[in-house]
Design a protein around this ligand. Structure first.
Ligand code: PA5
Length: 440
């Protein structure tokens, strides 16, 4: 079953008429036609990332590279990158393969993002052991700018190790994913590494369906066609004039309108452990895209929706009290999964000392479903607004559709708030300071 469905509480403050009024008032058809244009142009506008799921060449290049590197029979894949360069891949990988992938797979994957000595040292130790055992280790370094400090330091550290074991052939174990003409692009070509390019106009957090995500995911066995088909479906729906089928637009309108009513936090409450990475990917997408000091007219607006990630049912025992009783400053998106990969039925027990077991005969899914529904009733009763995305399954299609629908939501939010959702000018400040302190 391939479906990702969306619904929202129509009994709340914001109903269909309110949404229709904003669509008209804000002239949403204008942004929809700009988005549609981006589908026919070759990565020239800010909405370029909408064309990515339809780009057959990009897909084939990434899949071909994965097949080429699979021939080396790799046992470890190290993905070096940070922020938009690795969160999407982690999100898709975790959603599809779960948390025990490395225990059960012949190809293990490790994500190297920050420069945490203890974490990096453990990865280096694991890589060294594999190399000593003559196992192939692949390194995929991903940096759009080709200049990110953490990424380059991690990359050159792991490269040194590769060179120790493959002094003359280390190049074939490295794939560089970056912008054409970036500093790393030049040095990768000079050193003979394989290179995959990211289209210039597709920003880091919008790049999961470019080579950034496709190459490592294909290598791990993700069915890329299905992932992109789901994303394509989200584009078709997200560019529709019909509000009934445009989930991305409705979701953006709900966030925008609640923000006007001082609901400035958006909690993504995911009722599946494997979707936590999706929540973290979305946190970056919303935080970095919409948190802006100035609007498009140069006025200081200091706009921003604070993204939070909660995981059900764990966080019902952690922050639900706050959510149900605390300040009315949050809008919630519940993300649920209809059918899991595996089913567990609660047994009757063996009739021993135990009394009849709690929920015997029911499945874990039924219990989770009751917890989800109970939570939503509690939210309704305490007048906490929410919407629901339900993935029929954690498969490529649904995950692709969900991520792409959120990417489009961000474009609508940028338009509604009249800010640029594609840049991140203020983070340059800490980077400059760090470089000054390091003197390099
Ligand atoms: O979404 C973004 O643009 C950022 O989060 C970047 O992905 C992040 O800063 C890493 O940048 P780069 O890919 O240039 O190394």
């Amino acid at each position: 079953m391939k479906k990702c469905t969306f619904s929202y509480d129509k009994s709340g403050l914001i109903n269909k008429d309110t949404l229709d009024a904003v669509v008209k008032d804000k002239n949403i058809t204008q942004v929809i036609s700009r988005m549609r244009e981006a589908l026919t142009q070759n990565y020239v506008t800010d909405y370029a990332s909408l064309a990515v799921p339809f780009d057959k060449k990009m897909m084939h290049d990434a899949v071909r590279m994965a097949q080429e590197k699979q021939a080396l029979i790799p046992r470890i894949l190290i993905v070096v990158g940070i922020g938009g360069s690795n969160l999407g891949t982690q999100a898709v990988h975790q959603a599809l393969f779960g948390r025990f992938y490395n225990d059960n797979s012949s190809l293990k994957i490790y994500f190297l993002d920050t420069v945490d000595s203890d974490y990096v040292a453990e990865i280096l130790r694991t890589v060294r052991l594999a190399l000593e055992a003559q196992q192939a280790v692949l390194v995929n370094v991903i940096t759009k700018s080709g200049t990110t400090t953490e990424t380059l330091i991690n990359f050159y550290t792991i490269l040194d190790l590769l060179k120790q074991f493959h002094p003359t052939t280390h190049q074939k174990y490295v794939v560089v994913t970056t912008d054409s003409q970036s500093p790393l692009w030049h040095s990768a070509h000079a050193q003979g590494f394989s290179v995959l390019e990211i289209p210039k106009k597709v920003g880091g957090r919008y790049s999961v369906f470019t080579a950034v995500g496709l190459f490592p995911l294909a290598l791990c066995g993700v069915t890329i066609e299905q992932l992109l088909e789901g994303a394509q479906e989200a584009v078709r729906k997200g560019l529709s004039d019909n509000l009934e089928e445009n989930d991305s637009l409705v979701s953006a309108l709900l966030l925008y309108l609640h923000y006007q009513n001082a609901l400035t936090t958006h909690d993504m409450f995911l009722f599946s452990l494997d979707l936590e990475g999706v929540g973290k990917w979305y946190r970056q997408l919303l935080g970095e895209s919409i948190g802006k000091e100035f609007n498009n007219h140069g006025q200081r607006v200091m706009i921003g929706i604070t993204p939070t990630v909660s995981v059900g049912s764990i966080d019902l025992h952690s922050v639900a009290q706050l959510y149900l009783a605390g300040p009315r400053d949050k809008f919630t998106t519940f993300v649920t999964v209809q059918t899991n990969k595996q089913s567990i039925t609660i047994s009757e027990g063996d009739g021993g000392i135990e009394q009849k077991r709690l929920c015997a005969g029911k499945t874990f899914e039924q219990v989770m479903d009751a917890l989800v529904k109970g939570t939503q009733v509690a939210y309704l009763e305490s007048k906490r607004p929410f919407c629901i995305f339900m993935l029929s399954e954690k498969n490529e299609y649904c995950v692709g559709q969900f991520l792409q629908s959120k990417i489009i939501e961000m474009m609508y939010l940028g338009y509604l708030f009249e800010i640029n959702p594609f840049d991140q000018p203020n983070v340059e400040l800490y980077k400059r300071e760090a470089h000054r302190i390091l003197g390099c």
